[in-house]
Design a protein. Sequence first.
Length: 445
Amino acid sequence: MRLGDLFRKGRKSIVVVLTLALLVIGGGHHEVTAVDDSYERLKVFAEVLSLVQANYVEETKPRDLIYSGIKGMLESLDPHSAFMPPDIFKEMQVETQGSFGGLGIEITVKDRMLTVVAPIEGTPADRAGVHPGDRIVKIDGNPTKDMTLMEAVKKLRGPQGTRVIVTILREESPGPFELTLVREVIEVKSVKAKELGDGVAYVRISAFQERTGKDLLKAIEQLGQNGMSAMVLDLRNNPGGLLNQAVQVSDLFLDQGQLIVYTEGRIKNQDLRFSAEHGAQIPKVPMVILVNGGSASASEIVAGALQDWKRAVILGTKTFGKGSVQTVVPLSDGSGLRLTTAKYFTPKGRSIHGTGLMPDIVVEVPRPTLAKAQSSPAEKEGESEKVRPQRREEKKISEEEGDTSLQIGKREGPDPDTDIQLKRAMEILKASRIIEKGFTKGSAG
C-alpha cells in the first residue's frame, strides 16, 4: 500500500499542471473528445513521473525527468524537431547573432545517426577531408548514438583554437577513423565566380546568406561585360541557408509570376507561396546547375524551381532531401522548441523532403580513398557551409553594408580538366550553342 500512497500524494498536482499545459498549447479550442483523450494519456505520464520520483533507487529531479520526456517525444517525430533546454537555446540565440568557433560542417540526423550534410571549403573540416554522408559516431570519445542534433552541435562548437576529435564512419572505409580538428571562426564567402573561357561563366554559391542574391546579380553583371553566352551554377555541397535568398536567387532567372516554391502544413498559416516578382534579371543563356548529395534545403529549392520551369539542366547526383520548415518557439522557462511545421514543394508539386531531387543528367564522381583524403585534402573539391545549431529558413533580409561574401577572379573554383561534372556541363553547354546556331542558320536560309 505504501507505493500507492506515495503515488496518490503527488499525482494530483502533476495532472493539474499537465492539463493546464495541454490547454495552453491547444489554445483551449480543441474538441472535448480530443482533450479528454489527451488527459487520459497525461494521467499515465503523471503516474510514471510520480512513481519514479518516489521509488527510483536514486533521487531524481522533476525537471530532468520532464525534459527527458519532452526530448523523447520530439525524437519520435523527425530529426529536425528538437527540444532545447535553456542553456542550449540561449547558446543558439547567441550564435545566430554573431560569429562562433566551429569546424565548418553542416550536420543532421539521418537513420538515427549523426550525418554530415556538407563541409565548407577552406574550413577545418574541409581541409581534413570530411565528406558529405560521413557518419560522426564519436565526439571526443563520446558516442553520438541517441545524441540530439542540438547536443551534437554544442559539443562540436567551442572557442577558437581549441581541439575536437571526431570519429568518422565512411561507407567505403574499412572501419571508423579519427580526425583531430582545430576550431576556427567560420566565415563563408557566399558567391564566387570566374570565366571558364569560350563565353562560359562559372558561379558557385556555397551558402545562402543575407547578401547572396545581390552578390550573385553583381557577379553575373561583371561576367556579362565580357560576353557571357552560357553559365554553370554550382550548388554542390551547399547545405542551404536563408529561404528568402533561395527565393531571391530563383527570381533572378525566372519570369515574373512564375512559382518558385510553396509550403504545406497542418495549419493554414503555414501554407505559403513564393513567386518571381521582378522577372528574369539574368540573360536567358543556356545554363547547367551542378548538384550532389551535399546540396540541401535552399539549394534544392533553387534547383527544383529552375528544373520544373526548364530554365536549366540539372547535372550531378541526387540531392540531400532536406525540404521541411522548422519554427523555433521560446518557452516559458527559457527553453525552446524547434518544430517541423511544413514541407517544401517544387512548382510542379514535387516534395523535396526525404526524397531529394534527381538530376536530369546523372554524373557520378569517384570518391577519393581515405588515404588520399587525409594526405592531400587540398586536392578535394571543396564546397559548402557551416555547423549551425539550427537551420531555420528565415524570411527577413538584413540590410548590413559591405561586400565580404563576393569573390570574382580567373582562378576561383574548380578546374574543368579535373572536375568530371564541370567538364560534362561545359560539353553540354557548348553542344547546345552549336545546335542553337544550327537552327538559327537553318531558319534564316
